[in-house]
Design a protein around this ligand. Structure first.
Ligand SMILES: *Cc1c(COP(=O)(O)O)cnc(C)c1O
Length: 347
């Protein structure tokens, strides 16, 4: 994209004031150079956007989405947030903390999605923190329609006299994705103030709200920064369709024309054996970034996203002069539920 000189001096801006929003997030989050990792990989210039530092209960990407979701819940006079996720869900942990922050109750359904974990898996890491924040929890077997389960639980709680507000898995609807349109605007503004042009943005993609919000935000701003989503769960085509669908719903909320699926980029080469199961490349990424940058990734999302970035560098996907930004989406609390895997297999 070429901007005229005058346009370039204006800070890129989307009008978010028309949406209900509850401030929950430290922002802007920093962008830092990963000097040692860039050297180690002998690749392009790698940078990291620290959305693990959003500030709520060990941070992470769900906090930006929750600003709009909690805003809507309060607007509807809810007294309880209801949501769902996998057992070690970072989204449930951030939702439970957000509920405390604004004086709401929180109820969550946890899906036993990951096979073969030990008993501790349902007690430690994010589950422990859910309990610290006083969330009430119910477990579910794998492979149910968890949003349907969550909606049914919401109706049950309404029948019991609560005023529940349901948040879908990962906070990934158009309202939640607005939080990542905010992040897109933030990246565009930081890019200007740092006088630094990024050629690529790489991140982990799961329930799709993060990538959809980013793509919708950059498109609304007419800001040319391609976003490569590294899938943590689904095959490429399925993930592209899901991200595309939510991107267009988000653009409709922003009253901006929709886009074609060709704008959605996904790499599914780093999923390994499935959701929540770290692949050797995930463990390598967690270790490399810890040892070279002093930064904690996680074994479910950001470790796979970073494995994708490392893989793309090794494949020669980038030019050596490129500035490549990795979005750190958080998740380090889940490390405690994977201590055995991480220590035995890797370090
Ligand atoms: C939820 C999550 C993601 C994926 O974001 P989606 O919006 O669900 O695609 C990435 N990283 C971490 C740490 C997460 O918790």
């Amino acid at each position: 994209m070429s901007l005229s000189t005058t346009e370039k001096q204006d800070s890129p801006q989307i009008d978010f004031d028309r949406f209900s929003r509850m401030p929950l997030c430290h922002q802007p989050t920093p962008i830092e150079a990963m000097v040692r990792l860039s050297e180690q990989l002998d690749g392009p210039n790698l940078f990291i956007k620290r959305d693990d530092c959003t500030g709520l209960a060990t941070g992470g990407n769900k906090t930006r989405k929750l600003e709009f979701l909690v805003g809507e819940a309060l607007n509807q006079n809810a007294d309880m947030l209801v949501t769902q996720g996998a057992v070690q869900s970072n989204h449930v942990r951030q939702t439970a903390a957000a509920a405390c922050r604004v004086g709401l109750k929180c109820h969550a359904l946890l899906e036993r999605r990951v096979p073969g974990r030990n008993e501790d898996y349902e007690e430690t890491g994010n589950v422990f923190l859910d309990k610290v924040f006083g969330a009430t929890l119910e477990f579910r077997p794998p492979d149910l329609d968890m949003n349907a389960e969550g909606e049914a639980a919401t109706e049950r709680l309404r029948g019991e006299g609560h005023r529940p507000y349901f948040i879908p898995g990962g906070g990934s609807n158009a309202t939640g994705a607005l939080g990542y349109a905010v992040c897109a605007q933030e990246i565009a503004q930081q890019s200007q103030s740092l006088n630094m042009e990024f050629q690529w943005l790489v991140m982990a993609t799961g329930s799709t709200g993060t990538q959809a919000g980013l793509v919708a935000g950059f498109h609304t701003l007419d800001w040319n920064l391609p976003v490569m989503g590294v899938s943590v769960r689904q095959p490429r085509k399925k993930q592209i369709d899901a991200v595309h669908d939510l991107t267009n719903k988000t653009l409709e909320m922003l009253e901006v024309p929709t886009i074609t699926a060709s704008k959605i980029l996904v790499d599914d080469g780093y999923v390994g054996d499935g959701y929540g199961i770290p692949a050797p490349s995930t463990l390598e990424a967690v270790s490399m970034v810890a040892l070279n940058e002093g930064i904690l990734l996680d074994p479910v999302y950001s470790g796979k996203g970073m494995a994708g970035l490392i893989g793309l560098v090794r494949r020669g996907f980038f030019n050596s002069s490129d500035n490549v930004l990795f979005l750190h989406t958080g998740g380090s609390s889940a490390l405690f539920a994977y201590e055995d895997t991480i220590l035995n297999d890797n370090i």
